[in-house]
Design a protein around this ligand. Structure first.
Ligand SMILES: NC(=O)c1ccc[n+]([C@@H]2O[C@H](COP(=O)([O-])OP(=O)(O)OC[C@H]3O[C@@H](n4cnc5c(N)ncnc54)[C@H](OP(=O)(O)O)[C@@H]3O)[C@@H](O)[C@H]2O)c1
Length: 325
């Protein structure tokens, strides 16, 4: 199979498109003929070597977490999928496990049936970012209808899903983004938008029941004064400060500090699928690149100028790929 391989940590030019051997699924795994993947910041953090504690120094590596494709084979004990099923999901978030390739094997438990209303490229944009937004708002943030929610990074990969999910849940959403993204943020569902390159949202004088710092740029201390008395701040970036704040604010009544950890599971992905198929949730695609242009795709994703998700097409949808004999 063809894959974007790295043989050392480094910049986007580290990727090489190579032919590498495929393997079959182990017990509990499915083998997926991968049609598309999308880039998450964890992929380029992994490529730069920031996650070496987890990813180690064994090369070559195939990075990439999000996948959307067709089940080709099932390992022993897999009962929920069969060859030919269209699936989506994401592999271990810490650097991913091989989605920048035409084929990958992953635990069956991280996959779910793909939304039928989306093509593979759209479906690949969802799993990690949408699941993170959903968990941040609900599991960590306790989102309920009528809440006043602030989403920081409202047009980003995670943020644009968070805006839509908060609106689906009946929240009043204020988005923070660059002024050039203002109309996109409103189209996603923001009632109010604060352009961070014009106004410091921390001086807006407004308060929120839930602040989701999808961009991970600010921190609990900077946002605390904007929270209502029982309000919650959730960030995408774990670190010693937020971990300590989380413990300190956990039991006391009052404002809470939390962080979100992505988790690929059928329950969350099924809900995303339902929302997509009902036309209520839609990925915003910034650009689509072929696997051969993985370097350019990462350069785009790392430019800080994207809106929504950068997708990489890893394979074809046509033919008898993955169909049961
Ligand atoms: N904990 C987890 O499990 C988890 C899961 C997924 C992602 N993450 C992390 O979450 C972060 C965001 O991921 P992503 O996929 O959404 O990245 P992304 O697509 O690159 O989006 C980043 C967003 O940050 C916004 N931003 C940049 N500087 C800002 C500022 N000063 N004030 C307000 N917004 C600012 C950008 O807005 P403009 O475009 O308007 O400038 C952009 O919308 C990354 O650090 C990623 O590693 C964590």
């Amino acid at each position: 199979m063809k894959a974007a391989v790295i043989r050392k940590y480094g910049g986007p030019d580290t990727f090489r498109i190579e032919e590498v051997p495929e393997r079959g699924p182990k017990a509990g795994e499915i083998k997926v003929r991968n049609v598309a993947t999308s880039i998450n910041p964890i992929d380029f953090k992994a490529r730069k070597g920031y996650l070496f504690v987890v990813s180690g120094f064994r090369f070559p590596k195939i990075l990439g977490a999000d996948f959307a494709g067709v089940v080709e084979a099932c390992g022993a004990g897999v009962r929920n999928f069969k060859p030919g099923d269209e699936v989506y999901g994401f592999t271990a978030a810490a650097g991913g496990k091989g989605a920048l390739a035409e084929s990958l094997c992953c635990k069956a438990s991280v996959a779910s049936a793909k939304p039928t209303s989306l093509d593979f490229e759209q479906a690949a944009a969802l799993p990690l970012a949408a699941s993170t937004a959903y968990r941040a708002l609900t599991k960590e943030g306790g989102l309920t209808a009528g809440m006043r929610v602030l989403v920081v990074g409202a047009t980003g990969g995670v943020g644009h899903f968070a805006v839509q999910i908060a609106r689906i849940s009946g929240a009043h959403v204020t988005g923070v983004c660059r002024s050039s993204g203002e109309s996109a943020a409103r189209e996603l569902g923001c009632i109010d938008v604060i352009a961070y390159d014009r106004t410091d949202f921390r001086r807006s004088g407004q308060t929120f029941d839930l602040i989701f710092d999808a961009a991970g740029k600010y921190g609990f201390g900077a946002c605390r004064a904007l929270l209502t008395a029982q309000g919650t701040y959730v960030t995408t970036i774990p670190g010693p400060s937020i971990m300590l704040r989380r413990v300190l604010t956990a039991s006391a009544s009052g404002r809470k500090a939390r962080f979100v950890a992505a988790n690929s599971n059928d329950r969350d992905l099924s809900l995303m699928r339902q929302w997509c198929d009902e036309g209520r949730l839609k990925p915003l695609i910034d650009a689509v690149f072929p696997l051969e242009e993985t370097r350019q795709a990462f350069e785009r994703a790392e430019s800080g100028r994207t809106r929504g998700k950068v997708v990489i097409r890893t394979g074809e949808t046509s033919g008898s790929v993955g169909k049961a004999e």
